[in-house]
Design a protein around this ligand. Sequence first.
Ligand SMILES: [Zn+2]
Length: 153
Amino acid sequence: MDNFEIVDFNSLSEVVQNLIKEAVEIRKRAYVPYSNFAVGSAILTEEDSKVYTGCNIENSALTPCICAERAAVPKAVCDGYLKFKIVAVVAHQKDSFTAPCGVCRQTLSEFRGSDGDIDIYLSRPTMDKVLCTKLSQILPLSFVSYKEDSVIS
Ligand SMILES: [Zn+2]
């Protein structure tokens, strides 16, 4: 597959490195008493380059569980930021990277940057290797809202 590449953390720009570090930090606040699988996420907004972070939050009823990415998105949106440039996701899996789930991919697609895409970086807490991809690569043929071309009049 050519839809991602894995690089050394140190080869990334300072902006991306800092975003990953923010995701590592917020991951420590993950509320995961059931799975013990902690995830942190950090979003860089296109306008003003603001950083918004989120951790996953579990619930004994299971369905109200929220992913780290979807914990960060409302914080940005509530502050008026609707275009995201970069999203970092950090979790620990020994032999793989943790990618956003399908629901989070669709959620993020609502807030694509002006170029129509979002850069995605997946890291482990050790911040050694980082998987680099784009939302368009991990969510091809995303659902596009009715608002763009098919509003019923
Ligand atoms: Zn998710």
